[in-house]
Design a protein. Structure first.
Length: 287
């Protein structure tokens, strides 16, 4: 990737694989505060043009394609929607933060490096460096390589939580999140050794595949630390997959320290079975 030119308010890079557009990145979305405004990728498509993301669907208007969303950073909501309050449940609070695009230190047609500020209640809590790259795999599949690094820029300890750590079992969402395409039938979901939402949700696996009618998404943690985060999975209520930053306990980030995660997602035309998904993951994550 090469140094980027200065960006403008309307700047929305388009990622390409072998010259084909496969994803649009929106840096400065105009969204209500309740949606926790943040940059996102949408639409993301297969190489033949099938969309595999959704933006602000009616069931969850704060689901924004592909990005990083966290429901609890020291009590501030960077996910959007209601906040889960212990012994009270989902509650409307005026506690939403925003991720603000700062610059593209590097940018090219196949990816970029981005600097962001996570701001809430007039203060900056986190500074993020985000690296996104689109790479070809086969004539029917490509990979989205997504790394985010969150640095605590406050003078005190900072913790990241989820509804699960706040008392709602099974709701450890927060981190990398992909809101997938909703179809008439729920997608299939599988890992190397399990199938079905109940069997894979909240568990660790080297990869996890979401398989729709004519498309497949295969998510893989690309570092040892990322693979320790369990998967958050929804198929029946809506199709979505994330990697949980705070599953059992809150994630603590000391002043000046950085939490880093890297997820590689295979985006494929057609319905992949387990052997095909595993083979594409090996190709996508290989050094």
């Amino acid at each position: 990737m090469s140094p980027a030119a200065p960006v403008t308010g309307a700047d929305s890079p388009v990622l390409r694989v072998a010259g084909r557009p496969v994803a649009r990145y929106v840096t400065r979305p105009e969204l209500p505060a309740r949606c926790s405004p943040r940059p996102y990728l949408h639409p993301v498509t297969t190489l033949t043009g099938t969309a595999v993301t959704e933006f602000a669907p009616a069931d969850h208007t704060h689901h924004l394609g592909v990005g990083v969303a966290v429901p609890d950073v020291e009590g501030h909501n960077f996910w959007g929607g209601r906040t889960f309050v212990r012994d009270q449940g989902p509650t409307e609070l005026d506690n939403h933060g925003a991720q603000r695009h700062t610059s593209f230190p590097l940018r090219d047609s196949d990816g970029f490096v981005e600097e962001l500020r996570w701001v809430a209640a007039g203060a900056e809590l986190l500074r993020e460096r985000r690296t996104v790259a689109a790479t070809p795999l086969t004539d029917r599949a490509w990979a989205l390589d997504f790394t985010f690094s969150l640095t605590n820029v406050t003078s005190g300890a900072l913790t990241i939580g989820s509804p699960a750590t706040n008392g709602r079992p099974g709701a450890a969402y927060g981190g990398f999140f992909w809101r997938a395409r909703k179809e008439d039938a729920a997608p299939d979901v599988l890992t190397p050794d399990a199938e079905g939402e109940a069997a894979v949700h909240g568990r660790r696996a080297d990869w996890l595949a979401l398989v729709g009618s004519t498309w497949s998404l295969v998510f893989a943690g690309a570092t040892e630390r990322t693979r320790r985060d369990p998967w958050f999975v929804r198929t029946a209520e809506y199709p979505g997959v994330g990697s949980s930053l705070a599953h059992d306990t809150r994630l603590a980030v000391a002043p000046g320290d950085t939490a880093v995660r890297r997820i590689v997602t295979v985006v494929a035309d057609g319905r992949l079975d387990a052997p095909a998904a595993a083979a594409l993951v090996r190709k996508a994550v290989s050094p």
